[in-house]
Write a protein of this length. Structure first.
Lengths: 315, 276
């Protein structure tokens, strides 16, 4: 098992390194002069040269890459062109909001998907099952940003129950939580559509097995059998999809923050693109990609923890 | 699949796809009104015999814009998935034909592609090279290469162990000729299924990027951009936020269902498993 984990760890580190090369290459093999972009066409050549030197743009590409990686490993992503402060500070400021949104989105997604998936499996082949599967098919096809707009139309514009967007800050926790309700719902409704399907089919697989019949025959109620016997044994495929969906959650958070004007990392990414603040964009893209790679790695490890049979099989 | 009955997924999916593609094709030769003509006097007109779904904030006909946007969306998806499919499948075929370190190298590099969700990759390209539909096409195509490489390699590896392939090798046929004449026709089914599903993903990604301002630039109509414009007018004209979203939904649902239906049809094992 330790051999298996060591191999995965090596692959994980190699992928992270390759991702950093791709991100750096795309962002640094640019047409045009960043100094000209920042200072504008009225700037003097001396001013541009000074800025290039300050940003390290006069160095060879390979040195700049090594510099960037060494800095990133220390948590130093350089200074933002447009905000004039360290990028790591910008990230630290906005991380709590993005993290809260992603976490609440994930929790609601998993809860909703488990309840819907198990309910559909329990009503296999009956109208309840069809209804849930129809909803999930629709959820897969609906764009998250459109669903967000529909939720805003209903709950903010028509009913006026919740704010249409923006974030009041954590100073007023009730207002802060209220402003996260619609974004969380938009994120979770779309994400749980796929997961509910997987939960349903994983549960159906397990329900055919002998021990479930035995549990029923012993006299346990059907609800007890579903949640205590079927669900724990259906977890492997569910965890796989939760891990794969992490990428969707990351991009979903980027989009949703922009729909609801939430000042998190996704919004920062778009502000930085608008300002051509490439240092910040580069740091954020690397951060998001690293999160996805880490999630995939953790899922690989999680299999072995959840299913002891895999420990021996994988050596 | 003992019975030859078509699955509802397939029928509904095919119908929706035909509808969307039909409208997209029609928009090339005919729209009820020229889609870009501004007529401020007619702004926010309600649905009527002249403007079936009304007009937008500049008095442009909504139906005509939605139709042209359908064409743009299909074009982006077709180019992006087409390029990704051709390059990815070629790499997958090459990996299966050569084996050894060639296969290992191709598959490890495509693993890297899975580290970047399409949207993130497109955001990175748009930040570096400026927002445009071509950036969207390149990004989606790029992300599709590893997907098709993986699908086609897995399928091709199976076909390489069939007897007629052994026979062709014994007859002295080269690896390239075998890949072209025997492997490719026999892996077409899973590749086409994957292409249909990726088509749905491409439509969704293009819409999201255009919504975020990184895709289609004005005045080119795009469902995603129409939605982002509608968002600022939500209190004034909520109906503008409905139709473009519904179009995306129908197109994505259609290709998704068609992909599911085709998979069930071409992989009978799956049907049996699902029915069990």
């Amino acid at each position: 098992m330790s051999y298996f984990i060591a191999r995965r760890l090596a692959g994980f580190l190699l992928t992270l390194w390759a991702v950093s090369v791709v991100v750096f290459a795309v962002m640094n093999v640019l047409p045009g002069d960043p100094a000209l972009t920042i200072l504008g066409i009225d700037s003097t050549e001396e001013a541009r040269a000074a800025l290039r030197a300050r940003l390290g743009l006069d160095q060879p590409v390979i040195l700049r890459y090594l510099d960037w990686v060494a800095g990133a490993l220390r948590g130093d992503f350089g200074e933002s062109y447009s905000f004039g402060v360290p990028v790591s500070g910008l990230i630290a400021e906005r991380l709590p909001l993005t993290f809260s949104l992603a976490l609440s989105g994930m929790v609601v997604t998993v809860l909703l998907a488990l309840v819907l998936g198990i309910t559909a499996a329990a009503r296999h082949g009956r109208p309840g099952d069809w209804g849930i599967m129809l909803l999930s098919q629709m959820g897969i096809a609906i764009p998250a940003f459109w669903l967000s707009m529909l939720l805003v139309l209903l709950f903010a514009v028509k009913l006026r129950w919740l704010p249409p967007g923006g974030f009041p800050g954590w100073g007023d926790p009730v207002a802060a939580l209220r402003s996260l309700v619609l974004p969380t719902a938009a994120l979770a409704l779309v994400q749980s559509a796929v997961l509910a399907r997987v939960t349903r089919s994983a549960a159906l697989e397990v329900m055919r097995l002998d021990f479930v019949r035995t549990a029923r025959a012993t006299g346990f109620g059907s609800r007890h059998v579903l949640w205590r016997h079927v669900l724990p044994n259906a977890l492997v495929p569910i965890v796989t999809i939760v891990g794969l969906q992490f990428a969707g959650l990351v991009t979903g958070t980027i989009v949703i923050e922009n729909v609801f004007y939430l000042p998190g990392l996704g919004r920062l990414l778009f502000q930085s693109i608008a300002n051509r603040d490439l240092i910040t964009v580069q740091a954020l893209v690397m951060l998001f990609a690293a999160l996805v790679v880490t999630a995939n790695f953790l899922v690989d490890i999680a299999y072995v923890v959840i299913d002891p049979r895999l420990r021996e099989a994988r050596g | 699949m003992s019975e030859r009955r078509l699955s509802p997924n397939l029928v509904i999916g095919a119908a929706l796809v035909t509808l969307v593609c039909g409208v997209a094709l029609l928009s090339v030769i005919w729209t009820p009104h020229p889609h870009a003509v501004i007529n401020v006097a007619q702004k926010f007109a309600p649905a009527s015999a002249e403007h079936w779904l009304g007009t937008d904030q500049l008095g442009r006909d909504l139906v005509s814009q939605l139709m042209v946007a359908a064409g743009n969306s299909m074009m982006v998806a077709m180019l992006a998935v087409g390029v990704g499919c051709v390059l990815g499948t070629s790499l997958g075929l090459l990996a299966a034909a050569r084996g050894g370190w060639t296969e290992e190298a191709i598959m490890r590099v495509s693993d890297l592609g899975f580290a970047f969700p399409a949207l993130l990759f497109a955001i990175m390209l748009a930040a570096a090279y400026g927002p445009s539909l071509s950036v969207v096409v390149v990004a989606i195509a790029f992300i599709n290469i590893p997907i098709f490489a993986r699908v086609s390699r897995a399928a091709a590896n199976q076909v390489w162990h069939r007897e007629y392939v052994y026979a062709a090798r014994a007859a002295g046929m080269g690896r390239f000729a075998i890949s072209r004449d025997h492997i490719l026709p026999n892996i077409a089914a899973p590749v086409i299924v994957q292409a249909t599903i990726e088509f749905a993903v491409a439509i969704l990604t293009e819409a999201a990027l255009s919504y975020l301002g990184l895709g289609a630039q004005p005045p080119a109509p795009s469902w995603g951009r129409m939605l982002s414009e509608a968002q600022t007018l939500m209190y004034l004209a909520p109906q503008l936020a409905i139709w473009p979203g519904l179009c995306i939904f129908v197109a994505v649902l259609g290709f998704g269902l068609l992909g599911d239906g085709l998979r069930d049809m071409t992989d009978p094992r799956l049907v049996r498993e699902r029915r069990a």
